[in-house]
Design a protein around this ligand. Structure first.
Ligand code: BJW
Length: 233
């Protein structure tokens, strides 16, 4: 097995694209169809909660029609080999890493299948529409919102991620444009602390020049190939 003691993998929407989930910034992506300010900010939610709840209800329901792909499955295989020495951090709010077999997934931007109560701040596993204003299972207030991180909000589990980045000797970014912080800054942090850095993306991203190595192509091809190389090496 390859000579790395600790690996951090960051995934973005590109890893789920071939499963049929829209990315955000590609041609035809979500931000061409919806305004970020309207659906991905706390201010947008305050202005028009029905619009926002409908947007996330539809995306949550759509998860029933998609399956994990070869890239998700390859990362689960890698996790089985590296166990606690690998942290899989995803910006994605879908559940395809878990359904692909990954166990220890850090969802820094939250999850579609979770609801956050704005009254008692409890996060509850949730798999039903929120637009009908169901009661919070803990405090009963009808104040559930999607448990996703909007612009201006703090991402989840930042301490855990930063600790893993400090320790890792390999940082791999998969299927993300590198347009959104703090995730976009992880590669620089890892590199500065001495980790080898690798980008796997469909095409060169804004951040490509920062990485030691970049491989471009569809995630379902480049990810399983890289995992096999790493496990053979
Ligand atoms: C394929 C492929 C295939 C396609 N195979 N690849 C000015 C400067 C710096 C920062 C800021 C600034 N002004 C404001 C900020 C901060 C702000 C920010 O970054 N803004 C930018 C616009 C500049 N960030 C925040 O507000 C964050 N919070 C924060 O910073 O809090 C402060 C804090 C920090 C640390 C500790 C404590 C406090 C919150 C960001 C929240 C982002 N939320 C969203 C929505 C989540 C819910 C939802 O899903 O609706 O998260 S936005 C959206 O973008 C979503 C994604 O997770 C995120 C990243 O997108 P991603 O995954 O990269 O997708 P795309 O579409 O951009 O790229 C897809 C890639 O895949 C492309 O490269 C394709 O080529 C590739 N691809 N097909 C392989 N088949």
């Amino acid at each position: 097995m390859a000579d790395f003691n600790s690996i951090v993998i960051l995934t973005g929407a590109g890893i789920s694209a071939e499963s049929g989930i829209d990315t955000f910034r590609d041609h035809g992506g979500l931000w061409e169809k919806h305004s970020i300010e309207d659906v991905a900010t706390p201010q947008g939610f305050a202005r028009d909660p029905d619009l926002v709840l409908g947007f996330y209800d539809a995306r949550c329901a759509a998860l029933a029609n998609v399956e994990p792909n070869a890239a998700h499955i390859a990362l689960a295989k890698l996790e089985r080999e590296f166990a606690d020495s690998l942290l899989l951090v995803t910006q994605n709010v879908d559940d395809l890493h878990e359904r692909g077999g990954s166990i220890n997934v850090c969802h820094m931007h939250g999850q579609l299948k979770s609801a956050l109560c704005t009254s008692c701040e409890t996060r509850s596993a949730w798999d039903a529409p929120l637009s009908s204003r169901p009661p919070c299972p803990v405090c009963q207030a009808p104040t559930l919102r999607p448990d996703v991180v909007w612009f201006g909000e703090a991402p989840y589990q930042m301490r855990r991620i930063e600790e893993a980045i400090m320790e890792c000797d390999l940082f791999v970014s998969i299927g993300t444009s590198g347009a959104v912080y703090p995730a976009a800054g992880f590669v620089q942090q890892a590199k500065r602390l001495g980790a080898r850095t690798l980008e796997l993306n469909l095409e060169p991203s804004e951040g490509t020049p920062i990485f030691h190595e970049a491989r471009h192509g569809p995630a379902t091809q480049v990810v399983p190939q890289w995992v096999d190389e790493l496990l053979a090496g």
